[in-house]
Design a protein around this ligand. Sequence first.
Ligand code: FES
Ligand code: FES
Length: 164
Amino acid sequence: MSVHEIEVTINGKKYQEQVESRMLLSDFLREKCGLTGTHVGCEHGVCGACTIHLNGSAVRSCLIFAVQVDGQEITTVEGLTKDGELTPLQRNFIECHGLQCGFCTPGILMSAADYLQKHPHPTLQEIKEMLSGHLCRCTGYEGIIKAIQKTIDESNHHYEAERR
Ligand code: FES
Ligand code: FES
């Protein structure tokens, strides 16, 4: 079995580790780095639970081998906070009961954070389409949608207040 040494920056910290070529990035994050906020559901790229940011874009870590991220930058849900403070999106997930049982929450947060960064004014339909990449047994998605809409509303108010 071939083993490779990789160096990767995760949540601003450098990790240098030996990995087997077949090790998935999701397993690398959880087992080698102890970052268990990244959850693993299907391991087939279907459920979205393992979503992280790779070089600033949301990707499914169960579809990538750890060796492929050598020299790259990753953010996991543990790195989503800014200066130790929850982001508005995270706070609104709590306030709007979007956390549900918590299994899918990290992946959904990572997808939504990336999506809102690139599409700051999505319609309800667009939010639903983005969420369709996440399969969740708690069902409903209502609280999650409310949390995302509240985050968009707050950032619109903030933007308008700054323009006045
Ligand atoms: S565990 Fe990666 S998409 Fe389901
Ligand atoms: S948050 Fe509970 S199964 Fe998805």
